[in-house]
Design a protein. Structure first.
Length: 185
């Protein structure tokens, strides 16, 4: 019977005790590094985009909440945007002439890494500027904007988005691309 002779140890490719070479390990590590680098780049971009979308949703939601609260409470409510703190608040004005009785109904912070900034410079927030340096939009008991209709522009990772508040109380979310504003976040 020819061909049944056992091969010397280490020469048989199917030997389960055969190890891997340093070259094979380096090739696998190099491939892992390349794949990890590409994946990390896409993941970071996705995270920045989602943070911006979250921030736009936060601003839009706070505006809608203020409108609904004004309608439900049958009195003026205000959205206050604090660009220094990255915060958006909904406030029941109770007695509009008396700021000491205002009640904060809701408060939200923008995600870390999102800032107030407009492409090409300019004002990032065009609501009514308050004496304390914050910005505000006021809804009447009927849900229309009586002061402060305008926009809030946010930026994260080289992307821009804005929420526009109209006098009738509605909002629109847009993103900046190809030198102009386009619907959607």
């Amino acid at each position: 019977m020819k061909g049944l002779a056992a091969s010397p140890r280490g020469k048989n490719r199917s030997d389960p005790e055969r190890g891997v070479t340093l070259l094979e390990i380096l090739v696998v590590l190099t491939m892992l590094a390349v794949v990890s680098g590409v994946t990390a780049n896409y993941a970071l971009e996705w995270i920045r985009r989602e943070k911006l979308r979250s921030a736009l949703y936060t601003v839009s939601s706070q505006l809608e909440l203020a409108r609904l609260e004004a309608l439900n409470r049958n009195r003026s409510c205000r959205v206050i945007v604090d660009t220094d703190e990255g915060q958006v608040q909904v406030v029941d004005l109770n007695q509009p002439g008396d700021p000491t009785d205002d009640t904060v109904l809701a408060s939200a912070r923008l995600p870390e890494g999102v800032r107030f900034a407009a492409p090409g410079g300019g004002a990032a927030v065009t609501f009514e500027l308050q004496p304390d340096g914050r910005y505000a939009a006021t809804y009447s008991a009927g849900g229309v904007v009586t002061a402060g209709a305008g926009q809030v522009v946010l930026a994260a990772g080289g992307r821009y988005g804005r929420v526009t508040l109209f006098v009738a109380g509605g909002t629109q979310v847009e993103h900046w691309a190809d030198g102009g504003w386009h619907a959607g976040s």
